[in-house]
Write a protein that binds this ligand. Structure first.
Ligand SMILES: [Zn+2]
Length: 277
């Protein structure tokens, strides 16, 4: 009996470990961890980055709006004619709906980032639903329409949550492939160099419009990204541009233009353990 129990415990531990491993799976993470056979035609609902033809990227700013910093950032983005995506905290939206309204009016996308930034993976379905619904309502009040994107705080979310949230709210789950760790406040120069080093076509760049150093880093960061030829779109626009990941070209095609170096698999943040997002 004791042996049997031990075996059960081991099996449980293994399942748990496996589930954790699956949690950090890479882009378009439709993890085939459950018993249902993979449905290849099913569209992806989770994105760390997007496979695109062209130098398109999405800048994303989390945790705002901030009364002081977000307007500064909006001025800068307007000067560059850059559209970005803001993953906002419901509490902050309720406090500064006019800033969110301005962002939307100026062409930026607004996504749901929860009401008060808890860790979804450790919460009941009911509490997660409440976090999402309150924020969805606050965004609707501020900009007149509901968001279609969710970024879970810390990037922490279970496969099961992704599924029911997508079914109930229609959200796509947006993570990231470029993380300058700006929340550690390493200084503007470091934020800039990390973003420039990691960004490639199809990237979703994470940062936060609640840290002064991040906002200070942005003028030079945007200048240099533009100088490298990147074009800025919102996350939904980037997702709409997704092209199939094609296998290596056949020899006949091979003599034409060589494929641009568009990396398919991006380094995945380990959302559950990372305080980013
Ligand atoms: Zn966040």
């Amino acid at each position: 009996m004791r042996k049997y129990r031990l075996l059960l415990a081991c099996a449980a531990a293994f399942t748990f470990t496996f589930a954790l491993g699956a949690e950090s799976a890479v882009q378009h993470a439709e993890t085939p961890a459950e018993k249902t056979p993979p449905a290849p035609k099913e569209p992806a609902i989770t994105f760390n980055s997007v496979h695109v033809d062209g130098p398109y990227i999405a800048m994303t700013f989390d945790d705002g709006p901030s009364a002081v910093l977000t307007p500064k950032l909006l001025d800068l983005l307007a000067a560059h004619h850059i559209k970005a995506t803001f993953f906002v905290i419901g509490e902050n939206v309720a406090e500064h709906p006019e800033i969110v309204a301005r962002a939307a009016r100026e062409g930026h996308e607004i996504g749901n980032h929860s009401w008060s930034h808890p860790n979804f993976a450790k919460m009941s379905q009911e509490n997660v639903r409440s976090q999402l619904q309150r924020t969805d309502d606050a965004i609707k009040n501020a900009i007149g329409k509901r968001p279609t994107l969710l970024r879970p705080p810390y990037g922490s979310i279970t496969e099961r949550e992704k599924r029911w949230i997508h079914d109930e709210f229609g959200y796509e789950i947006i993570l990231w492939d470029v993380d300058p760790l700006d929340w550690k406040r390493p200084g503007p120069a470091v934020v800039r160099s990390r973003i420039l080093k990691e960004t490639r076509p199809g990237s979703i760049v994470l940062s936060h419009d609640i840290h002064p150093g991040t906002i200070e880093a942005m003028p030079a960061t945007l200048d240099e990204l533009e100088a490298k030829g990147f074009k800025f779109v919102t996350v939904s626009e980037l997702v709409d541009m997704a092209t199939p990941v094609t296998p290596r070209p056949s020899p006949q095609q091979g003599e034409k233009t060589p494929p641009k170096a568009i990396p398919v698999v991006s380094p995945t943040p380990s959302p559950a353990s990372s305080p980013s997002g």
